[in-house]
Design a protein around this ligand. Structure first.
Ligand code: ATP
Ligand code: MG
Length: 428
């Protein structure tokens, strides 16, 4: 139940002066996010709704593969980071408390989770485990940019798997591949899963989930049935340079900018060794725990959706991420018959479980329509003089700005709700 007259949705006609990326411009203009400092952003109510939609999709798919949600702190002792050899990383914020103890602000949680598992897990019977949380990460990024695409503080879902051996790790990794594929499909994003460079991590295998978009800082190489990180593709023995172009198996490779929204790694014993995560096997021998690490950024999912699905009028959310299912616009002053009809429609649809944003402000139709297109809810319902005359609220689908059949204002509540539901389910 949300009336725009009392809702914090500060839309703007102009984008911030320093904004280049589409998502940066549109998310600020639509009143979803506001900046506090370099790489430091607040999510305003409508923006947070979108963020939490991404979070909920991720949570459901993590739970479906047996993930156990927990929460680990951001403020941590420096010691585990010293043990893992990562205390020196430049992106890691370090601080000292009043007693002089060295602390860090976690940029990821391998150290924390391995610290706990090292204390808790004793025997092969305690394994396998899939643990995850949604938690703030702090990173002293050299170049925060593009609104919420690269910030110094952001929420990540990071999960960690713990297995007896490499075979177990590979199973837990495959479960994550399935979960991540489903997450990405459910968000409605255009995406590719590509093998990533494991050089630096020295790991056993890794994939990135890439969303093609103009603001992306990575590049992916694409051909029919083929997608790879561009750097990986250029080392592929099947890829040849022909003049200015790259070819693979007779196909031309196109290189597209993309943003990494998720990243999964087989770590092996990289952290269990320095942090002492061991277990006793069936024979009573001590073994190292085999680990995997899996990250995904809801903020990047949201920003990538804005990048991929906007037009010159504003955002056009995939329905899985939209802040509201429909944006109800009333054209008519307080107390008018148009208002009465719109109020009735609002109450009926809300009672039917349809999430509506009701633009009941005392402003002109031009401003209302412009804000509705900017915010990008998948459906717009309009009740004005024309609707009263025809007896039907006008319906417009945001994606492609196409008109849909009107909603009878005098009809049965049940029918009205069903009509909106059915239309909703047909949307991308
Ligand atoms: P990048 O190469 O873009 O810096 P990364 O490899 O550092 O990303 P990971 O450490 O694997 O990223 O983090 C997992 C996920 O967290 C990323 O896939 C992304 O969705 C998100 N993420 C990472 N850094 C940022 C950031 N600075 N701002 C917002 N989200 C981020
Ligand atoms: Mg990074």
């Amino acid at each position: 139940m949300t009336r725009l007259s009392g809702y914090l949705l500060p839309t703007e006609k102009q984008p911030p002066a320093d904004a280049e990326a589409i998502s940066h411009k549109l998310m600020v203009r639509a009143g979803l996010i506001r900046q506090m400092g370099a790489g430091m952003w607040s999510w305003l109510p409508a923006g947070w709704r979108v963020h939490q939609r991404a979070v909920q999709i991720i949570r459901e798919e993590m739970d479906a593969i047996g993930g156990q949600e927990m929460l680990m702190p951001v403020l941590q002792p420096a010691e585990p980071w010293r043990k893992s050899g990562r205390l020196g990383i430049e992106e890691l914020f370090k601080l000292t408390d009043r007693k002089g103890s060295e602390l860090v602000l976690a940029m990821t949680h391998e150290e924390a989770v391995t610290f706990h598992v090292a204390q808790i897990v004793r025997s092969y019977r305690d394994l396998p485990l899939i643990l995850y949380h949604f938690q703030v990460k702090e990173r002293d990024e050299p170049r925060p940019r593009a609104g919420v695409l690269r910030t110094r503080e952001f929420i990540m879902k990071d999960s960690y798997t713990f297995d007896r051996d490499q075979v177990g790790l590979e199973q837990r990794y495959e479960l994550h591949v399935g979960a991540y594929d489903r997450i990405m499909e459910r968000t409605g994003l255009r995406f590719y899963r590509v093998r990533s460079d494991v050089g630096m991590m020295g790991g056993l295998g890794a994939h990135e989930y890439m969303a093609p978009c103009p603001a992306g800082e990575d590049e992916i190489a694409l051909a029919p049935g083929y997608a790879a990180n561009a750097q990986v593709a250029l080392r592929d023995p099947d890829v040849r340079k022909v003049g200015e172009h790259y070819m693979r198996a007779g196909d031309l490779l196109s290189i597209e900018p993309a943003i990494e929204v998720g990243n999964i790694f087989m770590l092996g014993t990289r952290y269990s060794e320095p942090l002492g995560a061991r277990y006793l096997d069936e024979r009573g021998d001590e073994q190292l725990v085999w680990m995997g690490s899996y990250g995904i950024g809801p903020a990047r999912i949201v920003a990538a959706a804005v990048e991929q699905f906007s037009d010159e009028h504003g955002i056009s959310w995939p329905r899985a991420l939209a802040p509201f299912a429909a944006h109800l616009v009333v054209i008519g002053a307080d107390g008018s018959p148009e208002r009465q009809a719109a109020d009735r429609l609002y109450h009926t649809l809300c009672a039917g479980g349809i999430e509506l944003l009701y633009d009941d402000r005392e402003v002109g139709p031009g401003e209302k329509f412009a804000d509705a297109e900017l915010l990008g809810c998948p459906l717009r319902l309009t009740v004005g003089r024309r609707a009263l005359d025809s007896g039907e609220a006008e319906v417009q689908v945001r994606r492609g700005r196409r008109d849909a059949p009107g909603l009878p204002l005098g009809g049965e509540d049940e029918q009205l709700i069903r009509a909106v539901r059915e239309l909703w389910q047909s949307l991308p």
